[in-house]
Design a protein around this ligand. Structure first.
Ligand code: ADE
Length: 222
């Protein structure tokens, strides 16, 4: 998969994509990630990418020209263009799955107070990662790239994400333990040491339900 990200702050991405699973996916050529500074596309003589809003109001608004030119240069028939905005469709694991099957994603990070409404016409989908306002779409795009990349076949063991919370069953993950058996007086549940796989499966299912009831009762309603 190829992912092109349009941002005014390319340096923000340096650490995130050069560590751990994403780095390995890039090294193994399972994903290619390019960051484009759309300021490089502006035709403004002073390199501006934003301006004051028509009709008044506070803050600056991203102008359409640099983003249009950048997207138009990158776009092919296989591209899906994503616009990150707090007013977009709520991002969920199901959407991450469907995006992980795309060949090419172009992700536009908004910034400042907003973007010219005409930029929306470029997008195949508008996505919000949650009901809060970030300073820009950069961190949101990292969330997308991370959650999508781990689902690309070959990046992690398929079994690992088949068992993820939010997959199909709307249950949170069951609790897991490793060594030592006792830590600060807290013991690993006996059943996990029993070797009885049927009992372990039953225990995990019950714990999943218990945890979901406690932390995310809204999921059980589904
Ligand atoms: N840009 C600012 N806030 C955002 C959010 N919650 N989701 C996606 N993009 C954003």
């Amino acid at each position: 998969m190829k992912i092109d990200i349009l941002s005014l702050f390319p340096d923000m991405f340096k650490g995130v994509f050069s560590e751990s699973i994403i780095k390995r996916a890039i090294d193994n050529k399972l994903v290619e990630i390019n960051i484009h500074n759309f300021r490089d596309y502006t035709k403004d003589p002073h390199n501006k990418v934003d301006d004051t809003p028509y009709g008044g109001g506070c803050g600056m608004v991203l102008t359409p020209q640099p983003i249009f030119d950048c997207v138009e240069k990158l776009k092919t028939k296989d591209s899906k263009v994503i616009l990150l905005t707090p007013s977009g469709r709520p991002y969920k694991q199901k959407l991450a799955y469907s995006l992980s099957h795309e060949k090419h994603l172009i992700i536009i990070c908004g910034h400042y107070e907003g973007f010219d409404e005409r930029i929306r016409t470029l997008a195949d989908i508008e996505i919000s990662i949650g009901d809060y306002i970030l300073t820009g779409g950069e961190i949101a795009s990292m969330v997308l790239v991370d959650s999508i990349t781990r689902l690309i076949p070959g990046v992690i063991k398929e079994q690992s994400h088949l068992e993820d919370s939010f997959n199909n069953n709307f249950l949170l993950d069951y609790p897991t333990y490793t060594k030592p058996r006792v830590y600060k007086g807290m013991e690993v549940p006996e059943v996990l040491l029993s070797g009885d796989h049927k009992k372990i499966e039953e225990y995990r299912k019950n714990e999943s339900i218990k945890k979901t009831k406690e932390l995310r009762p809204d999921l059980l309603e589904k």
